[in-house]
Design a protein. Structure first.
Length: 150
């Protein structure tokens, strides 16, 4: 008859290494996220231009996951004879709380080198309207985004 194999348990050394690995990964992710946030804010402050965004579609109370919901604001701005369509996500009820309505214009800051970094201020309303149909070049984030707008 053969010998019974002993169950292997984690030693203290294995537990310490696993805890240190998890702490290291969490620390690295935190540093990367903080650096990315700081870099985006710095670009927005130093390398941006000011324009205005016109609201083209509002989707309140859209499901984000099975339990959470959010409001989605679709807007566009014009730069160099092109229309750039963008999406802003707000907390659920944000559209109603801020009083956002279709075809209104708001102050917008966009980073010159990356139009994906922007800040739209829904408290600074402008009395300007640009018809996007006048422009031939329409730039959307994705084809799904294009289908939603059209």
């Amino acid at each position: 008859m053969g010998r019974k194999k002993k169950k292997k348990y984690w030693s203290k050394k294995d537990k310490v290494y696993s805890v240190l690995t998890v702490v290291g990964i969490v620390t690295c992710l935190t540093v990367l996220i903080t650096h990315n946030r700081k870099n985006r804010a710095e670009k927005l402050e130093n390398e941006s231009f000011e324009t205005y965004g016109i609201i083209e579609k509002l989707r309140p109370n859209v499901s984000k996951s099975t339990t959470t919901r959010r409001d989605v604001v679709y807007f566009y701005f014009v730069k160099n004879d092109s229309v750039f369509h963008k999406i802003k996500y707000l907390t659920n009820g944000g559209i109603k709380n801020l009083g956002i309505k279709l075809n209104e214009s708001y102050a917008l800051k966009v980073v010159e080198s990356d139009y994906g970094i922007f800040d739209i201020d829904f408290k600074k309303r402008k009395d300007t309207l640009i018809d996007k149909r006048k422009y031939k070049v329409q730039i959307y984030n994705t084809t799904i985004h294009r289908n939603i707008i059209e």
